[in-house]
Design a binder for this molecule. Structure first.
Ligand SMILES: [Zn+2]
Ligand SMILES: [Zn+2]
Length: 246
């Protein structure tokens, strides 16, 4: 089931591990009728090859400011896909740095780079015990602390790498007005986890997580997910109108 997207809040460029430019993403978003676009390159502790240090993030911000004048028909937001990097709920940008962004997408990834020794070991343990209940509880607590203590806008691709308990996370997300993402590359939530989110009062957002400009505004996996799963339409913040029939 496909809808017109009003916004795409999670897109990458060549400054992290994407392949397009900011301007390429903007032009594609305009072509697809999108009204708001965020650029969210990976944070400074993302894996060695594709991390985007804070000063590069500021270059993105500067470039967006210039391009906003050239493309007044679309609202441009400066964002980051920050990494959850410890079981204490730390992010890879400080609270002070967070103030520089309009939007903070928080994602948890398999191999962050530059972690402290014990954080590194405890993070990597999941590779050996990905479904361990004790680990799951620890990771859930890390999410809750991160949400409590940071300025997070969106939780990206929940349950893709490290599994967490969705119910308490959904309750905190609803309380703090944090959106839960349906990710355009793959949705890793089950129907009963979606139902827990709905019960908690969560709002969802659909993102492309585009790494190529032509994928901006094209969350293919979400459209497929909506064919077989029930997500109340009025809980999705960035779609409009009736389903598009191809
Ligand atoms: Zn991610
Ligand atoms: Zn991403």
């Amino acid at each position: 089931m496909k809808y017109q997207l009003t916004a795409d809040y999670h897109t990458h460029t060549y400054r992290s591990d994407g392949h397009g430019t900011i301007e390429g993403n903007i032009q594609e978003a305009i072509k697809k009728g999108i009204k708001t676009l965020a650029i969210t390159d990976h944070g400074p502790f993302h894996n060695k090859k594709s991390r985007c240090p804070f000063d590069y993030q500021l270059i993105n911000k500067f470039e967006l400011k210039k391009l906003q004048k050239k493309y007044p028909q679309i609202k441009l937001l400066s964002g980051i896909e920050a990494n959850l990097i410890s079981l204490r709920g730390d992010l890879d940008i400080t609270k002070h740095q967070q103030q520089a962004f309009d939007i903070i997408v928080m994602g948890q990834h398999k191999t962050p780079h530059g972690l402290k020794f014990w954080d590194n070991i405890s993070w990597r343990l999941r590779n050996f015990f990905p479904t361990n209940k004790w680990r799951r509880e620890k990771v859930t607590k890390a999410y809750l602390k991160a949400m409590e203590n940071n300025k997070i806008t969106i939780l990206a691709h929940l349950n893709r790498y490290i599994k967490a308990n969705i119910k308490p996370i959904a309750e905190m997300a609803a309380k703090k007005n944090i959106l839960i993402e349906l990710n355009g590359k793959r949705v890793d939530l089950t129907q009963s986890e979606i139902d827990d989110c709905v019960k908690a009062g969560v709002k969802f957002v659909i993102s492309s997580d585009a790494h190529y400009s032509e994928r901006v505004g094209d969350p293919k996996a979400v459209w497929e997910f909506l064919e077989t799963h029930n997500v109340p339409k009025d809980r999705i913040v960035n779609i409009m109108g009736e389903p598009i029939i191809n």
